[in-house]
Design a protein around this ligand. Structure first.
Ligand code: PHB
Length: 389
């Protein structure tokens, strides 16, 4: 697939907050996302959010131009690594943005670190990347796998759920999401009665896994699935009749507003946790939902806000006067702003974002499914977990 390059120039923006200067530095951004494969829709949404932020805030960058070079990871770690090498060595980008899969992030971490190129992670929640394998060059503005799932452990137990069965794809994110949820749920007093990891990117039929889950006799099933796998899973959860006997919970990507309407009525009533839903009530979110919907014709999802905030973080770092890669990395590790998702800041101990986690239920809205916020865990910060920058 041929991916486009984009030039964004403040000089072309209608309203310049700051007059263009003759010597403003231009920046080359390597946008590394899945534009094909099970997470292709996620990649596109992050890309759109990123461009929207730059277009909205370019006038603040004192005449700098931004060139975006896009590459497709195909959700495959070796491809992600080859594309990272290309962006850094051949294109000589100033900063990299993107990465959806925890597997790809794990594969590129060492090369990114050793090359000294700042990377703004706009999705992949791999706990190690801001834990034992953290780097001063890697700043995550999305979430960590543990951060999203830990709050559900207590929450479910407090709702009276005692026995849970877990399912997730068999790769880093699936394992970390289930491990962190399970640890919190067990610490609260609950029991994990069983679980399985399904082959990643290739499982089409979840029937046998659902049958096994049901026969373990849990009070609830807790899962992580995203993108195309989430759509298949939720539909099959209903069609195999499991929905009638065992309630479904999960990390909020399961019922992302990006594809929840493709899941259909089966998603109704599913309760999950996530760092963003478009129904958050704040002036920042109202403006974001309006601008994103006007530009792309649908309400933004968590992936959109992650791309948007990756753009906002880059603008903030540039505004702080950082021009070379080391200074950009350092500045990125210090950003804080009010995001559509609420107040956010980068934790200097890990370079992971500190943010609210929303427990939400998918409910019927006006013609489409929507998100009802049930609870908020405020300013959730990850434990340092061996990070030494
Ligand atoms: C991940 O691999 O870290 C990942 C992928 C998709 C999501 C969330 C996390 O929606």
């Amino acid at each position: 697939m041929k991916l486009s390059r984009t030039w964004l120039s403040a000089a072309a923006a209608l309203m310049l907050a700051v007059p263009a200067t003759a010597h403003a530095k231009d920046y080359k951004v390597g946008l590394l996302l899945p534009y094909s494969g099970v997470y292709a829709a996620l990649g596109k949404e992050i890309d759109q959010g990123f461009e929207l932020a730059l277009q909205t805030r370019l006038g603040e960058m004192a005449g700098s131009k931004i060139e975006i070079v896009r590459e497709d990871t195909e959700v495959k770690p070796p491809v992600g690594l080859a594309k990272t090498r290309k962006l850094i060595l051949q294109d000589q980008v100033d900063v990299m943005v993107g990465i959806v899969s925890s597997g790809v992030l794990g594969a590129i971490r060492d090369f990114v670190h050793q090359s000294g190129t700042p990377l703004i992670v706009a999705n992949a929640g791999n706990d190690d990347a801001t834990g034992a394998r953290c780097s001063r060059f890697i700043t995550r503005v999305s979430f960590s796998n543990g951060q999203v799932n830990r709050p559900m452990g207590d929450w479910l137990y407090n709702k009276g759920v005692r026995k849970v069965y877990t399912l997730a794809p068999d790769y880093a994110a699936g394992h970390q999401m289930i491990e962190t949820f399970s640890a919190a749920f067990k610490a609260a007093g609950g029991t994990i009665v069983g679980g399985e990891f399904t082959p990643f990117r290739t499982t089409k039929d979840f029937g046998p896994y659902l049958t096994k889950a049901q026969s373990a006799g849990p009070d609830a099933i807790f899962v992580f699935y995203a993108g195309g796998e989430a759509i298949s899973f939720v539909k099959q959860y209903a069609s195999f009749g499991v929905a009638d006997s065992v309630p479904l919970y999960g990390s909020g990507f399961l019922t992302s507003p990006l594809y929840v309407n493709a899941e259909g009525p089966a998603a109704k009533g599913v309760v999950t946790s996530l760092h963003y839903v478009p129904t958050i009530e704040s002036p920042e979110n109202a403006a974001f939902v309006k601008a994103f919907s006007a530009a792309y014709g649908h309400a933004p999802s968590e992936y959109a806000v992650q791309g948007y905030d990756a753009g906002q973080a880059l603008v903030e770092a540039v505004k702080s006067g950082a021009t070379d890669r080391a200074a950009l990395a350092e500045a990125l590790g210090k950003v804080r702003f009010t995001s559509p998702r609420g107040p956010v800041e980068i934790d200097p101990a890990t370079n992971n974002i500190v943010q609210n986690i929303y427990i939400y239920e998918t409910v019927q809205g006006d013609g489409t499914l929507t998100q009802k916020i049930l609870d908020v865990a405020k300013a959730v910060r990850d434990p340092v977990s061996g990070c030494q920058k």
